[in-house]
Design a protein around this ligand. Structure first.
Ligand code: ZN
Length: 213
């Protein structure tokens, strides 16, 4: 399942504030407008923000974009935005077509623009205490730890044979665990995680029930 069930949270809950205090030692979490530039690509937010900041005379601010998979986990993805006239904005197009990103500045983030392997840190925080959720987070961390060795744009082409092998095993585990977690926790009446726009209970759940039920 390629679809990611995480979304931009609709409001800043006390839980989000608490996580931000743990992550970034500040509570300056805020919704930031996305003003995408056609010349920029997703996944390159650091370079996009640097280019924009140099163009408009602003500053690059590093932090975390916060995404929520309701009842399951938070995804805290390293992100870069632009600060200009004391206002933050994001110039990186959202793959999901989002118009806002929930952002918290993280002064601990360092990014080496001269190193093509530089990646912004990411982490996930479980909401659910179900063991499948913790296993899923562990697998995803293992995947990140392999990918972090390679440039962002490599898309697997340059992976060593050992890493490619490990990655394919982990990705299969991730797919299975994702399905299990969706089956166990996705709200029945919410839109299905496959992206069909149908209710979960009328779309993929009946099929999953044969496998996981
Ligand atoms: Zn479905």
């Amino acid at each position: 399942m390629a679809f990611s069930p995480t979304v931009v949270p609709s409001f800043i809950s006390p839980e989000i504030k608490k996580i931000c205090l743990n992550i970034a030692d500040n509570d300056r979490v805020q919704f930031v407008d996305i003003e995408p530039r056609a010349k920029y690509t997703p996944n390159k937010c650091a370079y996009n923000a640097k280019d924009e900041a140099e163009t408009v005379g602003g500053e690059v601010v590093f932090g975390r974009a916060i995404f929520l998979w309701d009842k399951v986990m938070f995804d805290l993805i390293g992100h870069a935005v632009v600060e200009k006239d004391r206002r933050y904005y994001c110039v990186t197009p959202s793959k999901m077509g989002d118009q806002k990103v929930l952002f918290v500045p993280d002064p601990s983030i360092r990014f080496d623009f001269d190193n093509p392997n530089s990646r912004l840190p990411s982490c996930e925080v479980a909401i659910s205490k179900k063991p499948e959720v913790q296993k899923l987070l562990n697998v995803r961390e293992d995947i990140r730890n392999i990918k972090i060795k390679y440039p962002v744009s490599s898309n697997g082409v340059l992976l060593s044979p050992a890493d490619a092998q490990a990655l394919s095993v982990l990705e299969r585990q991730q797919t299975d665990l994702l399905s299990r977690v969706i089956y166990a926790l996705h709200p029945l009446k919410a839109k299905c995680a496959c992206g069909s726009a149908k209710q979960f209970k009328k779309c993929c759940r009946p099929h999953m029930q044969r496998v996981y039920g």
